[in-house]
Design a protein around this ligand. Structure first.
Ligand SMILES: [Cu+2]
Length: 243
């Protein structure tokens, strides 16, 4: 009987929480003409990794749609209480595939696991994941794996970061063209825009917030706006300018 009443109370709390929270949605577009993508010649020319590519692999600094929708923009709330991810939170995954990182732009919550996989077969054999935390706490938390070789078929590497920082560089010391950038957010309210430029920050408690859009090239310092969230959610679009 006791369990039953607890269940009823818990269900009631869940409903109440839902009624006072909503999703923040929006679209990010780019204003201006981005520089053309550049061929990654060292990858194409590499005796082993080059075999993955019939055509020249290109940089993906600006992933822009037909109507200037901009992908890879990290949108996050600012000034909200810091919150570390629960231990049970699903990990963020970055793969090493065809001698490139996929994806190349990621965001992870403080305390959330980031798994690095190596999907490349023999004879690529080895990647060497070299991370570059800019914050001491993030360096110390990953001291054993700042620079970690990962053979084909090896277990995933696991990282967690206790402190917020933007665009930490991941690189491979075997393949000099391999880079990814990891942004650590100290709250759960963030998302990354897709190829359609759209993002959705889920289940934000009702209220007024500062919201920031970051793009590694178009807005590395972030563009800040305000958004109001009600039970129906909130909406905020961004236009990032190339200067
Ligand atoms: Cu590599």
């Amino acid at each position: 009987m006791k369990l039953n009443s607890l269940f009823v109370i818990a269900a009631g709390v869940a409903v109440a929480a839902k009624a006072n929270a909503g999703d923040i949605t929006g679209t990010v577009t780019l204003s201006g003409t981005p520089p053309a993508a550049v061929g990654i010649a060292p990858l194409k020319d590499d005796a082993i990794c080059g075999q993955f590519y019939k055509e020249m692999p290109m940089t993906k600094f600006f992933v822009v749609g037909a109507n200037k929708e901009l992908a890879d923009v990290i949108v996050m709330l600012k000034g909200v209480p810091a919150k570390t991810a629960d231990a049970s939170a699903a990990p963020v995954v970055i793969d090493q595939k065809n001698c490139l990182y996929s994806p190349q732009i990621l965001a992870v919550q403080t305390g959330q696991k980031l798994l690095v996989k190596n999907s490349d077969p023999m004879p690529v054999a080895m990647h060497n994941v070299h991370i570059n935390p800019m914050v001491d706490a993030n360096k110390e938390a990953n001291a054993a794996a700042l620079n970690a070789a990962q053979m084909a078929g090896a277990a995933d590497l696991t990282y967690t970061f206790p402190a917020a920082e933007n665009f930490q560089k991941f690189q491979c010391d075997v393949h000099k063209w391999m880079f990814a950038w990891v942004t650590v957010v100290d709250n759960p309210y963030f998302a990354i825009s897709g190829k359609d430029g759209k993002f959705a920050i889920k289940n934000v408690p009702a209220g007024k917030y500062k919201i920031v859009a970051l793009h590694r090239k178009a807005a590395p310092a972030g563009v800040e706006k305000e958004v109001e969230v009600t039970a129906d959610g909130g909406k905020q679009d961004f236009t990032l300018e190339i200067k």
